[in-house]
Design a protein around this ligand. Structure first.
Ligand code: G6P
Length: 608
């Protein structure tokens, strides 16, 4: 999704803006631009395609001497990814330049109104109305023009604004779209994302929805939507630059796959004390839990798949009905949710627009919301009643890996904690699960040791244009994510199927040479899986079987085997997913795909 950056200080702004945009490239974009105050003018440069085009056009920013400016990477929503539609957008007289993340839903009537008043539009974007509105309302007072403009906007937006008549000043506006202020010494910044700021400052201020800030090199003033000043204490960011960089790996995705033993350890270790699960910050008494009639898990993409896994553990251990639903459906469904519903919201970024909207909808109906989030102080974390951070560290590759496994780990801890509070888990089962969770980092490491074997399998199978992942129970939940991972990074068509469902239609697509990846780690249903493998083999499929270490029976039917380290069945999808992530990675590499930034995808989907 779009990335926004703003800088005001004593040194040239353009190189700093370009560097910030580079750090946010992973969010996904298809054009980029900057605007810098130069004397009494604003000069802008915009280019479609990769950021390198903008860098070449501006000689890495050296063409601009100004010390205050804004920058943007655009992920097209309204209008094609052309230079005209790239941000910043300027008002007709060149007085204002604007960058925007989000969607202005009422841009069409605003556009008509502004055209009737004589404003000329140069783009198809929703954003351009903001530049003209600012111009229309400006009478020398920048703050008032911003307030009057924002009052006209519907939708979601974070905005960065510069005005030629206010040298050294930036305005940042936030409404339902991420924006963070960075506090420097003699310079200040704003950005959509902390990764753009940590090279310069670790002191940040989070704006709340409806707030805006005026930044100069020496000062940041925050206002609410009525114009009243808001005092906000800064926060400190712990992430290091190194943590946000590739550390010698060819791609962020591979680095992040390899980091999983450590990431899972960070997620679980602080929550296991003397054989007990301790969830700091979560205070759910037995009485409160007994008052819960159902649990709803909502999320998007891989976080939704983590929820599909978590459901098995929660239902099995807590005996409370769990419904898992993608946020974009839940939000518009008039769901049966009330104060007896516990909502679990899962999000790596904490900024996914649909997830936020579904969460607000459920909270409005009285549900208590627990968020499982990676990015500290993100919108979802702040909206939640309780937050369980995944502590996975920064995730840069668009396709999530350690984000997913840490979400599953935290969900399992939550299931064990709630089952214990409810008195529904035996001491033996509790102890066995705690032992299994404690061993997860080592199991992840052993799964990573499959690296070269999976690389070989990817070379063997990467030419398949369409494939199937099949499994039962938790293996099926894992199939959903394994299939998505492959699709996202390699662009191959793939489908996840409950193995027993295959014969109700989809088996018609199984033909000579079709690759079927059969996840058969859930041993209680291993024999059933073997029957399903036989069914697809009988129709000519080639089968890559995924089974637990030591289970040689898989090779009586499968053409190749991947052996996953043994663990408690409820924890299986964590070590099991690692070879699937590696498979997706190596297939994509063989096929020459842009692994960290797959086409059409965005890391953080901050629009509907
Ligand atoms: C995007 C990303 C996915 C991610 C999903 C939800 O589609 O490409 O990898 O799973 O958003 O993101 P979240 O940050 O809410 O987990």
């Amino acid at each position: 999704m779009c990335g926004i950056i703003g800088f005001t200080g004593a040194k040239p702004a353009a190189p700093m803006l370009l560097e910030g945009l580079r750090r946010m490239e992973y969010r996904g974009y298809d054009s980029a631009g900057i605007a810098v105050q130069e004397g009494t003018q604003i000069r802008a440069a915009r280019a479609s395609g990769r950021l390198e085009h903008l860098c070449a056009m501006t000689h890495d920013g050296a063409d601009y001497a100004g010390t205050c400016g804004i920058g943007h990477t655009r992920w097209a929503t309204h209008g094609a990814p052309t230079e005209c539609n790239a941000h910043p957008h300027l008002s007709n007289d060149g007085l204002f330049a604007v960058v925007h993340n989000g969607i202005i839903e009422n841009y069409q009537p605003l556009r008509e109104e502004l055209m009737a008043k004589g404003y000329t539009f140069h783009s198809e974007t929703d954003t351009e109305v903001v530049a003209h509105l600012l111009d229309m309302y400006y009478d020398g007072n920048l703050k008032n023009a911003v307030m009057k403009t924002v009052a006209r906007l519907e939708g979601s937006y974070s905005l960065g604004v510069v005005c030629a008549e206010h040298p050294g000043e930036l305005v940042a506006v936030r409404y339902a779209s991420p924006l963070i202020l960075g506090v420097g010494v003699g310079e200040n910044y704003f950005a959509s994302d902390v990764t753009a700021l940590i090279g310069h400052t670790r002191t940040v201020i989070y704006l709340d929805d409806g707030e805006f800030a005026v930044l100069s090199p020496e000062k940041i003033t925050i206002y609410d939507c009525t114009g009243a000043e808001v005092k906000r204490a800064p926060s400190h960011i712990d992430w290091t630059m190194e943590a946000a960089e590739k550390g010698g790996y060819a791609h962020f995705m591979l680095k992040e796959i390899m980091e999983q033993p450590h990431a899972v350890k960070s997620a679980i270790e602080p929550r296991l004390k003397d054989g007990r699960v301790v969830l700091g910050g979560l205070d759910l008494s037995r009485a409160q839990l007994e008052d819960i009639h159902s649990i709803v898990i909502t999320a998007c993409g891989s976080a939704y798949h983590a929820g599909c896994v978590g459901r098995y553990a929660i239902e099995e251990l807590c005996r409370i009905p769990v419904q898992v639903e993608v946020a974009s459906e839940l939000r518009y469904r008039n769901p049966l949710i009330d104060e007896h519903t516990l909502l679990i919201v899962i999000s790596q970024s904490g900024e996914t627009a649909d997830t936020i909207a579904a969460m607000k909808e459920c909270k409005k109906r009285g549900a208590r919301a627990i968020a499982i989030v990676n990015v500290v102080d993100s919108t979802i974390a702040r909206l939640a009643d309780d937050v369980l951070y995944t502590w996975a560290g920064p995730e840069i590759a668009v396709a999530t890996t350690k984000g997913y496994t840490t979400q599953v780990a935290v969900l399992t801890l939550l299931a064990v904690y709630m089952a214990d509070q409810l008195g529904r888990i035996s001491p033996e089962r509790y102890a066995a699960l705690v032992e299994g969770i404690t061993a997860l980092p080592e199991r992840c490491q052993r799964a990573i040791d499959l690296n070269s074997h999976i690389d070989r399998l990817a070379r063997k199978y990467h030419k398949n244009s369409s494939l199937f992942f099949i499994g039962r129970n938790l293996d099926y939940a894992a199939c959903l994510e394994a299939s998505l991972k492959l699709k996202e990074v390699s662009y191959l068509h793939s489908e996840a199927y409950a193995a027993g469902e295959l014969k109700h239609g989809t088996i018609a697509l199984i033909e000579e040479g079709r690759l079927v990846v059969a996840l058969a780690c859930y041993e209680a249903l291993f024999d059933k899986m073997m029957s399903n493998i036989k069914e697809v083999k009988a129709r000519g499929a080639r089968v890559m079987g995924v089974a637990l270490e030591g289970n040689r029976r898989i090779l009586t039917e499968a053409d190749d085997a991947v052996y996953v380290p043994r663990t408690d069945p409820l924890l299986l999808p964590i070590p099991e997913m690692i070879p699937m992530q590696l498979f997706a990675y190596y297939v994509a590499k063989e096929n020459g795909c842009d692994i960290d930034k797959p086409k059409n995808l965005a890391k953080s989907v901050t629009v509907e």
